[in-house]
Ligand binder design. Structure first.
Ligand SMILES: [Zn+2]
Ligand SMILES: [Zn+2]
Ligand SMILES: [Zn+2]
Length: 260
């Protein structure tokens, strides 16, 4: 299983438009962060987690040749604003793109992309097949995906566990039973917005506390704001098994079990 970070930035991305802080002016490529998204490849199957406003650029940079499905964490625009770009895969693969998400997220997709679902659809609009998921495990192309529900202030958000890999973004709180679903995870990706606390996102200290509780072999922080500070300055302060993710980072893990 190959994991590729397509974006690791918070909703505005880094650099922030119009900001001249030292992080936004940094020459370290790790400080340039597109909106949060990750590509999961298991054999020939490619799954995209979230489709944010930078999707076109991300797909070109990662040279994504085909996509089997998209998993959405929640309805915020930094996670769904790139859905129109999925047309590229509609055209190439000659089939609708399957999107898995919870009920509220699917309703938002129908609202925002109403023109893709209207009776009189204009030729060339995105073709989307929406599949509702809850907290129960489901299969995509034979790969088992186990949802993990976290709370983003009052909004339920889905994280996803695939074999030894777990991906959680935009979390602020999580119930004990969902923590249990992360037992034995090898690689955990978790959101950490900045140093100061925030109403709807984990800050660095809270994310590190979750990691200490979950005890993955390795953890990677994502959905990072320019207010976090520069990667080079901060990485030394992290525990040895924790890293700031960066755009283009690729991880390799053992393949999860497959079936049809
Ligand atoms: Zn977000
Ligand atoms: Zn800045
Ligand atoms: Zn959000």
């Amino acid at each position: 299983m190959i994991i590729e970070f397509l974006g690791t930035g918070t909703s505005q991305g880094v650099p922030v438009v119009g900001c001249s802080c030292s992080v936004c002016r940094s020459h370290d490529p790790r400080d340039a962060r597109l909106r949060t998204s990750v590509l999961v490849r298991v054999g020939e199957v490619s799954l995209l987690i979230d489709a944010g406003p930078d999707l076109r650029q991300q797909a070109l940079r990662a040279d994504i040749q085909r996509l089997d499905a998209v998993l959405l964490t929640h309805e915020h625009m930094d996670h769904i604003a790139g859905i129109d770009e999925l047309r590229a895969f509609n055209f190439k693969q000659r089939r609708p793109m399957t999107i898995y998400a919870n009920q509220a997220t699917l309703e938002a997709v129908r609202r925002v992309y109403h023109y893709a679902f209207s009776e009189a659809r204009y030729p060339g609009v995105p073709e989307l097949e929406l599949i509702r998921i809850g907290k129960e495990p489901f299969r995509v192309s034979g790969i088992e995906v186990r949802p993990i529900e976290v709370m983003h202030l009052t909004m339920p958000v889905l994280g996803f566990r695939i074999g030894g890999f777990a991906y959680i973004t935009d979390a602020k709180t999580m119930d004990d039973d969902q923590f249990d679903r992360l037992t034995g995870v090898e690689v955990l990706v978790l959101n950490a917005l900045r140093q100061k606390s925030h109403i709807s996102h984990l800050n660095l200290e809270e994310a590190l506390a979750w990691i200490a509780r979950i005890r993955p072999k390795r953890a990677f922080l994502t959905h990072i704001s320019h207010l976090m500070g520069s990667t080079a300055e901060l990485e030394r302060s992290l525990p040895p098994n924790v890293t700031f993710a960066f755009d283009g980072l690729v991880l390799e893990l053992p393949d999860p079990a497959r079936s049809q």
